[in-house]
Write a protein that binds this ligand. Structure first.
Ligand code: DAH
Length: 339
């Protein structure tokens, strides 16, 4: 009996030592001291022990039980301490480490320029208006004095959705939609996406942006157009900027012009930017054609107006000296965060 007791004791002590976690240790406790455990099993053998020996054996068993219980408690405390240390180690925070930088969102260079243009015109009392990108042929061409078969339709290679629905090739249809509403006078700009079936290269994209402008009131003249665009150019490119109006043709304006600004890099002396000419073309404009006014229900004998269209990307590329338009659409964060 004594031998078996010793054996059990050794075995349990060994198991206690090799327990590496609290679950294991608990299993050992159940194995040694539980109701169906080794010591209880041993006590069941008491009936074979001589009666006078029984108190001695009982005492021995109790001593072993007490020793094992003590050792179990110790091991439990050790394990708990060990686990606590592990946890503390894994939770260590080095407050001297530099903080991780938050990646903050960023305005796209096109957006920066668009908002700048909007700021300038809103400052002059203009309203910012939007129109649909999927547009009726009527608004994109017909009502802008560009009927079917008109050569200007070819210049603006069009994505057709159906025979009379297109992806707008210009923001000019927003003029018509605004005039049709019949609320006069009008002072508005319409920024937005436009589409043309162009191949992608450094200066072309099938999707790009324009900002349309329109003013309609009594007694609006070409002088108003010149003054307005000169002021716009000075605000956008700097106070010394000069403007030059070159005769041009658009179906929806008469007379029409293209506007050049004095090169804001070289001041007009001639450089890489202006290709040596000292001037940079930035927009198209003109006096709204009487036919366009009439089609939109405005009497050209009573009202007149001017309109203009700016290519947003063109301004962005110039302003930030970017030489490839594709960079604007690839959304490479390394490029975008420079602005
Ligand atoms: N819609 C023209 C284009 O896409 C730009 C333009 C020129 C708009 C003259 C106008 C304008 O309103 O008067 O090329």
């Amino acid at each position: 009996m004594k031998e078996r007791l010793e054996k059990i004791k050794e075995e349990v002590l060994r198991q206690i030592e090799s327990s590496e976690n609290l679950e294991k240790l608990n299993e050992v406790r159940v194995f040694a001291l539980g109701k169906k455990g080794a010591l209880t099993g041993l006590l069941k053998g008491m009936k074979d022990v001589a009666p006078e020996e029984r108190p001695k054996v009982g005492q021995m068993v109790n001593e072993v039980r007490a020793e094992l219980e003590g050792r179990l408690e110790e091991r439990k405390a050790e394990l708990e301490e060990f686990l606590r240390e592990m946890r503390l180690k894994s939770e260590v925070i080095d407050v001297t480490l530099p903080a991780k930088k938050n990646q903050v969102g960023h305005r796209h260079p096109n957006t920066i320029v668009q908002q700048e243009v909007e700021r300038i015109f809103v400052g002059m009392g203009y309203e910012v208006v939007e129109g649909p990108e999927v547009e009726l042929d009527y608004y994109n061409f017909e009502a802008l004095n560009t009927p079917k078969g008109h050569p200007a339709r070819d210049e603006q290679d069009t994505f057709y959705i159906s025979e009379d629905i297109v992806l707008r090739t210009q923001t000019s249809p927003v003029q018509v939609r605004t005039m049709e509403k019949g609320k006069l006078p009008i002072r508005m700009i319409a920024p937005g996406r436009v589409y043309r079936s162009d191949e992608v290269d450094a200066t072309h994209s099938p999707v790009f942006h324009q900002i349309e402008g329109l003013v309609i009131d009594k007694n609006i003249t070409f002088s108003d157009l010149k003054g307005t665009l000169a002021e716009f150019a000075r605000e956008l490119f700097g106070p010394d900027t000069k403007v030059k109006f070159r005769p041009h043709h658009f179906p929806f304006t008469e007379p029409s012009a293209e506007v050049d600004v004095s090169c804001f890099k070289c001041g007009g002396k001639g450089c890489r930017f202006c290709k040596g000419s000292g001037w940079i073309e930035i927009l198209g404009c003109g006096m709204v054609h009487p036919k366009v006014l009439t089609m939109s229900g405005i009497d050209p004998n009573e009202y007149s107006g001017f309109a203009f269209g700016v290519g947003l990307e063109r301004i962005t590329l110039l302003k930030y000296e970017i030489d490839d338009m594709r960079l604007l659409y690839e959304n490479d964060a390394r490029f975008l965060k420079q602005f």
